[in-house]
Design a protein around this ligand. Sequence first.
Ligand code: DOR
Ligand code: ZN
Length: 354
Amino acid sequence: MANIKLPGLIDPHVHLREPGAIQKEDFQTGTKAAIAGGFTMILDMPNNPIATISPQALQEKIKLAKDRIFCDVGFHFGASKESIQYFPKIKNKVWGLKVYMNLTTGDLLMEDDKILESVFSSWPKNPPAGGPIIVHAEGDTLGKAIALAKKFGNQLHVAHVSLKREIEQIKVVKREGMNITCEVTPHHLFLSEEDLGRLGPYGMMKPPLESKDNQAALWQALIDGTIDMIGSDHAPHTKEEKQGEKPVYGVPGLETTLPLLLTAVNDGRLTIERMIELTYTNPRKVFDLPEQKDTFVEVDLGESYVIEENNLQTKCGWSPFTGMKVKGKVKKVVLRGQLIFDGQNIFGPYGQIL
Ligand code: DOR
Ligand code: ZN
């Protein structure tokens, strides 16, 4: 037995789907998945069918989540032409502003330069109020996001980097001293376009799986510090939706992220110290998140198992990592002194809204 203790991990990028898409996930199932995966704090994205782009929509989420969450949950606000007016009102209730600059699930795409300028210029510049601007900016769009954040002096966080050229761009502006951070998903680290034939729709997400070359650049950036954190981009869809005519983008990730990272630790690709920076220290610092007292996760570094659909808490009931053998298992999670996961059973709900 090689049990080690980790802090309660933080996932800054989760789609809990409630309200509006609870066939995919809800506050209960999503936060149970978080706990089973060693995350005691997660931040929820705004691209629900009725998007989190008004104080009412934010209030509705808070109301629905209350007394039903098994880990602590904070919310990101969504940028839209209409939501700019609400920034002063909601800035102290959210942890970041999500700006969708490429097409993906939901209808929050923003392409109009004038409106984008207005979003970047209006978001509070003095963190902790509001937190960073988080951009979904793939490929060419990243340059536009960087230019806007430079022009208006925003703290910028780049979601799910997946390309070598994005890494290179971020490295340059980091060197110049820009206030910029970025995250990578476990699916871009552990899967590539070579898995697409096998996975079919279950391997489709935005940004898409990439070449081995790009994947290698992500691993290098993970080690050299260019990448600041892991964001699971837990984006569940039902099997029916995945197999339907219309493609839906996104994969679940809350329960597989830590075992995959521990496997990398076991393989000597990552140190446990660096893993803690990527899944706790840096997300906490970048989003200025509060401390969770007497909170920890115990993992058995030596225990191997195969990822199976039947053992998942997420409502969607599948994983792109099904069948994969991992080494490193979550054995226990304690939140504020209370046992909330014993390796099998989840207890609660004891989560709080952040
Ligand atoms: O694959 C994705 N799924 N990428 C996104 O940006 C959104 C997400 C979702 O909400 O389904
Ligand atoms: Zn996402």
